[in-house]
Design a protein around this ligand. Structure first.
Ligand SMILES: O=C(O)CCC(=O)C1=CC=C[C@@H](O)[C@@H]1C(=O)O
Ligand SMILES: [Mg+2]
Length: 368
């Protein structure tokens, strides 16, 4: 693949409804879209999952723009690539900045798949033609609001409900949900809101028969999660703590988790995602694909990786209409009876809507 030029676009889109977690509320979303153009005239596309504030991880739109412009893009332009796996090799000497690395690497994967006339799913080793879809319910203003929202999502066909919890919004809300919905597939994401001091409190959540509790402790912890998992019957799922296949190996070896939430942006791209997938297959650790409120281009990458065999649990991969009045792809991602079809078209399988992208672009820069 001979990359002719790379375009960064800082875009801003309004979410249909604000999304609240234990760390903050998103009302709109600034993010970066990457377009990698090849000499063959094809374009590969991806999104960075970084937002404006460093509240999920240490990256932001601004740190992405700097690291991509001044370090990563020159590495991609300096010589041709024969396979997308080479991208993470070229980026390896640069520390961290996984969201920035992933956005460029995923765009190269999309371009590669298009040049091979393969769907991204097939290029990655995907085996499914549809994926099960879960939904992440942000923290609501009231208990009644939460129950109403869950009822609506179940009617829409979602295969799994994920609720956000934190120390002052957990036992009571889970009790109410289980009273209304005693048997639904239900999980809770704590986004690092607890410490080992809460071990007894967290043990008490075992009564709610959760599929898993996601990232209860610190975002960079593996050790304390192992101590906690030994005390819980509820499986722990790690999200923020897992940045690489090495992190996953250590977490599995220590017994820190029984499930892994894979986010392509958090681990630096699709090559690392496949390594984590294969490690989880070897260790019989089920996976699902987490979400970062992506627009359609990022969502397309999530659908592709979720088509791999070991993504056996519904992910946070709701359709376009769950997030946006109008998405940046054509067609938009649609869900039917809790399933999303995996496109069998070249690359990500959705066409970027250039008119819409231009409308939401605040700034762009072309590198060649
Ligand atoms: O994209 C979605 O629908 C899920 C969004 C979601 O749950 C999250 C997005 C970003 C950070 C977190 O708050 C949370 C997560 O941890 O999965
Ligand atoms: Mg999470």
């Amino acid at each position: 693949m001979e990359v002719k030029s790379i375009i960064l676009r800082h875009v801003k889109m309004d979410l249909l409804t604000p999304f609240t977690t234990s760390v903050g509320t998103e009302v709109d979303k600034d993010f970066i879209i990457v377009e990698v153009q090849s000499k063959s005239g094809l374009s590969g596309w991806a999104e960075s999952v970084s937002i404006m504030e460093p509240i999920y991880n240490e990256e932001t739109v601004k740190t992405n723009w700097h690291i991509m412009s001044d370090f990563l893009i020159p590495l991609l332009l300096k010589e041709p690539l024969s396979h997308p796996d080479e991208v993470s090799e070229r980026f390896q000497f640069i520390r961290g900045n996984y969201n920035a690395k992933a956005a460029l690497e995923c765009a190269v994967w999309d371009l590669y798949a298009k040049e091979k006339n393969l769907s991204l799913s097939k290029a990655l080793g995907g085996v499914k033609d549809q994926i099960e879809v879960g939904v992440s319910v942000g923290i609501q203003k009231s208990e009644a609001g939460m129950l109403k929202q869950i009822e609506e999502y179940l009617k829409e066909g979602y295969k799994r409900i994920k609720v956000k919890i934190k120390p002052d919004w957990d036992t009571q809300i889970l009790k109410s949900i289980r009273r209304e919905f005693p048997t639904i597939p239900l999980m809770a994401d704590a986004n690092c809101a607890y410490t080992l001091k809460d071990i007894d409190h967290l043990q008490a959540l075992d009564e709610f028969n959760l599929m898993m509790i996601e990232q209860p402790l610190a975002c960079d912890d593996i050790i304390d999660h192992a101590s906690l998992q030994a005390k819980l019957s509820t499986p722990i799922c790690l999200d923020e703590s897992i940045h690489s296949a090495e992190d996953a190996r250590k977490a599995i070896q220590l017994g820190s988790c029984k499930i892994i939430n894979l986010k392509i942006g958090r681990v630096g791209g699709l090559t690392e995602s496949r390594k984590i997938h294969d490690l989880c297959v070897e260790n019989e650790i089920p996976m699902w694909c987490g979400g970062m409120l992506e627009a359609g281009i990022g969502r397309a990458h999530n659908i592709a990786i979720t088509s791999l065999a070991n993504f056996t649990l519904p992910g946070d991969t709701a359709p376009s209409s769950h997030y946006w009045k109008e998405d940046i792809i054509l067609p938009e991602v649609e869900m039917s009876e809790g399933f999303i079809s995996v496109p069998d078209l070249p690359g990500i399988g959705f066409e970027p809507n250039r008119k819409k992208i231009n409308q939401v672009t605040l700034e762009q820069k072309i590198f060649s």
